[in-house]
Design a protein around this ligand. Structure first.
Ligand code: TMO
Length: 310
C-alpha cells in the first residue's frame, strides 16, 4: 500500500536516478511588502517540514486566475476592502478554497497626512472634499486621488458622491510608499490609498477619510445611500477581514501544507511588523523574513507541529 502511494507521488529522475517526489507548493508573491515577507515566512515553515515550495511573482489581478488554474496554491493576504468580491465569486464557484482567516482586522481606503486638515477643514468627513478638491489638484482642475493596482471602484465612488477628483494609478506598494514619503517631506497635501495594518501608521500621523459606512447593499443597489441614482456611495469596510486563499488541489499535494496554513493566523501587529521591517527599516525581504521569524519564535510550534507533517 505504502509503495503504491509512493509510485503515485514520486518518479525516478532519468538523469540522476534519484527519487523526485511531490510537486512544489506554489506560493503567490504579490505587490505589497507585508504579503511578500509573510509569503516567504510561510514558505520557510513549509520547508521545515520538507514540503517543497516555489515562489510565483504576480500582481493582485492575476492571483485569481493563478489560484483557480493550478498556477498558484497559496495567497497569504486576501484583503476584504479590495478583494472580497473576486474572492467570494471563486469560493462560491468552488474554484478556490479558504485557507483560514487571520485574527487581524483590516482597513483600506482614502488616506491623508494630518496637515491636510489645515487646508481642507472638515476632514476626515468626506463631505469636506466637496469644497477643497483644488487643494489636491497640483495645478489641474480636479483633485488627484492616488491609488495602487488593487481593484477598487474609485471612479464609481467619485461619481456617486459627486466629487471633483481624478484617479491616478500607481504601479505597486513601493510607488505608493515613495509618494507618501516625498509628499510628507515637502508637506504637500496628499490623498492616497492606504491600508492598516501597515508601516505608515507607525511612522506618520494621518487619517482615513470617513465616507458613508460600508454596506453590502451599497455595492448592489443604486437606491441605497446618499445618492439614490448610483451604487458605491459608501466607503470600504472599517473592520475588514484578512484571509488566506488556497487552491483546490493543495490538499492532494500536501495535507501538511494545508494544516500549516490553517494554523498560520496572524494579528495586526504581526502583519504590521512584516511591512515595517522592509518599508520603514529598509531591510531586504530575505532579511525581514529571518528577523520576523526570530521575533515570532514563540509561535513556531503551533505553526509547524501537525500530525499530517509527521
Ligand atoms: C491589498 N492592499 C493591502 C495593498 O491593500
Amino acid at each position: 500500500m505504502n509503495n503504491l502511494k509512493i509510485t503515485a507521488l514520486c518518479a525516478i529522475s532519468g538523469l540522476t536516478s534519484s527519487l523526485v517526489c511531490a510537486e512544489p507548493v506554489k506560493m503567490l508573491s504579490l505587490d505589497w511588502t507585508s504579503q511578500q515577507v509573510l509569503t516567504k515566512v510561510l514558505g520557510k515553515l513549509l520547508e521545515q517540514n520538507n514540503v517543497p515550495v516555489e515562489y510565483v511573482y504576480t500582481d493582485a489581478r492575476s492571483q485569481w486566475y493563478k489560484l483557480a488554474n493550478d498556477q498558484g496554491d497559496v495567497q497569504v493576504e486576501v484583503w476584504e476592502g479590495s478583494m472580497a468580491s473576486k474572492y467570494q465569486q471563486l469560493i462560491d464557484a468552488g474554484n478556490i478554497v479558504e485557507g483560514g482567516t487571520h485574527v487581524a482586522t483590516t482597513r483600506e481606503d482614502w488616506w491623508y497626512p494630518d496637515y491636510a486638515e489645515e487646508v481642507c477643514p472638515g476632514l476626515p468627513d468626506w463631505k469636506a472634499l466637496k469644497n477643497c478638491h483644488q487643494v489636491f489638484a497640483e495645478g489641474r482642475k480636479k483633485g488627484i486621488y492616488y491609488t495602487g493596482p488593487w481593484e477598487k471602484p474609485d471612479a464609481a465612488r467619485i461619481r456617486a458622491l459627486d466629487l471633483q477628483f481624478d484617479v491616478a494609478k500607481l504601479k505597486d506598494g513601493a510607488e505608493i510608499n515613495q509618494k507618501i514619503e516625498k509628499y510628507i517631506a515637502a508637506k504637500k497635501p496628499l490623498l492616497i490609498f492606504n491600508w492598516s495594518p501597515n508601516w505608515v501608521e507607525a511612522k506618520y500621523k494621518g487619517k482615513f477619510v470617513e465616507f458613508p459606512a460600508h454596506d453590502d447593499d451599497c455595492e448592489k443597489k443604486a437606491s441605497w445611500g446618499v445618492n439614490p441614482k448610483f451604487k458605491w456611495d459608501c466607503g470600504n469596510p472599517t473592520g475588514g477581514w484578512l484571509k488566506i486563499a488556497i487552491s483546490k488541489s493543495l490538499s492532494e499535494k500536501s495535507q501538511c501544507a494545508v494544516d500549516t496554513i490553517n494554523s498560520f493566523s496572524l494579528d495586526n501587529g504581526q502583519i504590521a511588523m512584516a511591512a515595517m521591517l522592509v518599508d520603514n527599516q529598509k531591510m531586504s525581504v530575505e532579511d525581514a523574513v529571518n528577523k520576523w521569524l526570530e521575533e515570532n519564535k514563540a509561535s513556531m510550534d503551533k505553526w509547524t507541529s501537525h500530525a499530517s507533517c509527521g
